[in-house]
Design a protein. Structure first.
Length: 131
């Protein structure tokens, strides 16, 4: 019985320490031509930061989120990344969003396939998140 409790505690710790990302894998590092090393989600889609955001706070809202959806995921991260650099905030609209080193992360609707980084530099306020 004691062994079963210990096993259950270890299983719970593993689940909470590295829960699955909604897209099946945590963020990782990829190299994008013309951009360099960037963060990508589990599907290989580029993650972005918005220059007008403040650490721990998203300034992006409303209908704009259709073009630049807030990224949400928690847990295990890819090689070369530290889990403690990622956190989750609650946005003003009540939705949750993942941050990297305090900055909220987004995807870009204009990126259609893994390897795309079409959002890089748009209006000089959107940039691929660099590790």
């Amino acid at each position: 019985m004691r062994h079963a409790h210990r096993l259950a505690a270890v299983a719970a710790l593993v689940c909470f320490a590295s829960p699955a990302f909604p897209d099946g894998a945590g963020p990782s590092i990829s190299t994008k031509e013309g951009v360099g090393r960037v963060l990508v989600d589990g599907a290989g889609m580029t993650l972005y930061v918005f220059k007008k955001d403040a650490p721990g706070q998203s300034a992006w809202s409303g209908d704009c989120l259709a073009k630049w959806p807030a990224y949400l995921g928690t847990g295990a991260v890819g090689a070369g990344l530290k889990a403690e650099d990622f956190a989750t905030i609650t946005r003003a609209d009540g939705a949750r969003q993942t941050t990297y080193r305090g900055m909220p992360l987004y995807t870009f609707a204009g990126d259609k396939a893994a390897g795309d980084a079409k959002g890089q530099g748009i209006k000089d306020v959107w940039f691929a998140a660099a590790p």
